[in-house]
Design a protein around this ligand. Structure first.
Ligand code: PEP
Ligand code: MN
Length: 337
């Protein structure tokens, strides 16, 4: 349910509505727009006396939200959310570029990549220290050692870090080193993890489950947001279809669909969506043209030797070429990089 206040509602009117809701046991999310204030009601709506609320001073109307996701919904907040990470704003005019290796492997590998991607114009460094591998016998990541390497690369280049958290017992460790917590595709419906990151104040990069619908992705965002953390960046990373030529199928529709349904920023991961480095540039251009607020791309100085995802990783030189082309697309639609 949302309560739309009149344009001329006073702050006393707004406070009275909020107090009444709080006294009744509901939580509120207040969105103060330029023209009017909208109060979102969180809790069991069936017990709310809609008529009584609509008669309160300054209330224009009481609107039930029919969609299952609420805090993430455009009905709740019409304007795009802007999520800042060390001066870079997701959801604004700038297309935010994140790049780096799938896995952190060594200081030299991360440093070389970080310096090269920054030179090419990237804004954030990505790298996994805890890796969700299909096989328990595959490289599982460097753990805290890897996080220290990422932090050293941030120190050297100024690039903030995005890295995947896999379990609730990693929260303190990850928050110590990382600027953006990534929830991977396999954990999109790990509700304990979503609740836990929802209690932090770190921005969350929430990747779409490989077999999840757009609505399920938004319900997962809702888990994080309902715990108090509204800094959620959604990521389309390809879904499983009958097509076998590519690792996944990039659901380009998801970008404009999400932009319609939610105020949260939307980014695309063309590396995991295609699984082939030769396809990453074209799908990056397409993603930005479709309205993505950012891209996350795997880059490795020597993909042939990578411990994970070498076949979809770009060499730094190719990433620099991609930046040039993606910048042109961004400019063509009135955005910057
Ligand atoms: C990754 O970013 O390296 C990763 C494992 O991504 P996903 O969860 O989308 O597979
Ligand atoms: Mn990867």
């Amino acid at each position: 349910m949302i309560i739309v206040m009149k344009m001329k509602a006073s702050s006393d009117d707004i406070d009275a509505v909020i107090n009444r809701l709080h006294n009744g046991g509901w939580q509120t999310h207040v969105s103060r727009g330029e023209e009017r204030t909208i109060i979102g009601v969180i809790g069991d709506e069936r017990k709310l006396d809609q008529g009584a609320m609509s008669r309160m001073g300054g209330v224009d109307r009481v609107v039930p939200i029919l969609r299952p996701f609420k805090l993430a919904s455009r009905d709740f907040q019409a304007e795009d959310s802007k999520i800042e990470v060390n001066g870079h704003v997701f959801g604004g005019e700038k297309v935010i570029m994140m790049a780096g290796p799938c896995s952190v492997e060594s200081m030299e590998q991360v440093m070389e990549t970080a310096i090269a991607i920054r030179e090419a114009g990237a804004h954030l460094l990505r790298g996994g220290a805890f890796k969700p591998r299909t096989s328990p016998y595959s490289f599982q990541g460097m753990g805290e050692e890897g996080l220290k390497i990422l932090a050293a690369a941030r120190e050297e280049t100024g690039l903030p870090i995005v890295s995947e958290i896999m379990a609730t017992d990693q929260i303190d460790l990850m928050c110590k080193y990382v600027d953006v917590l990534q929830i991977g595709t396999r954990n999109m419906q790990n509700y304990a993890l979503l609740n836990a990151v929802g209690k932090t104040n770190k921005p969350i990069l929430l990747k779409r489950g490989m077999m999840s619908t757009i609505e399920e992705l938004l319900m997962s965002a809702e888990y994080i947001m309902s715990n108090g953390n509204h800094k959620v960046i959604l990521c389309e990373r390809g879904i499983r279809t009958f097509e076998k030529y590519t690792r996944n199928t990039l659901d380009i529709n998801a970008v404009p669909v999400l932009k319609e349904l939610t105020h949260l920023p939307v980014v695309v991961d063309p590396s995991h969506a295609t699984g082939r480095w030769t396809l990453v540039k074209a799908t990056s251009r397409a993603s930005v043209a479709a309205g993505a607020d950012g891209l996350i791309i795997e880059v490795h100085p020597n993909p042939a030797e990578a411990t994970s995802d070498g076949e979809q990783s770009l060499k730094p030189k190719r990433f620099a070429e991609l930046m040039v082309e993606v910048r042109r697309v961004a400019e063509a639609i009135g955005r910057t990089i």
